[in-house]
Design a protein around this ligand. Sequence first.
Ligand SMILES: Cc1cc2nc3c(=O)[nH]c(=O)nc-3n(C[C@H](O)[C@H](O)[C@H](O)COP(=O)(O)O)c2cc1C
Length: 165
Amino acid sequence: MAPTTPTTSEFRLALGQFATGVTVVTAERAPGRVHGMTANSFTSVSLDPLLILICVSQNAQLLPLVKRQKRFGVNVLKDNQRAISEYFARTEESDQAEKRLGIRYRWTETGIPLLEKALVHLACNVVASHAAGDHTIFVAEVESVEVYDGEPLLYLRGNYRPVAR
Ligand SMILES: Cc1cc2nc3c(=O)[nH]c(=O)nc-3n(C[C@H](O)[C@H](O)[C@H](O)COP(=O)(O)O)c2cc1C
């Protein structure tokens, strides 16, 4: 018998068994202004050159920004930054909400925005993009990396978790 095509929920359930960290991808939306999007589709691709990839939904406000700017920041979140992940997984962003959550940005000399207090900062320049179903895959070269003290936030089976000690 031919196998039946998995349903979306079967696919989600299966892929949800694969534990990831959580990132916020940051891009310039207007001069000096930042848009962020929570993403766990972040993957290391190549060591020579240093390449990573992210997958961005065709519906995401982030998509046209990354297409236009061709650069973005990847900010790996700490275990105490769950509220920040939830905030950037919503479509509405506001200065008041960002102030309440203590969200602040800094910029690289090359004009890439980064989220302060993240565990890891990667400043990235897009080298290729590929439309794939309802997402676009962006492959980007990493121009700078910073790692700070702390533990990562994890995402597994649709829930946030700290690393077990
Ligand atoms: C843990 C987590 C991981 C996510 N990963 C991705 C992702 O890799 N790519 C994506 O397009 N959306 C992802 N999302 C959904 C977006 O964060 C969400 O749809 C967001 O509202 C879209 O951003 P926008 O404000 O740019 O439209 C994720 C959400 C969560 C909670």
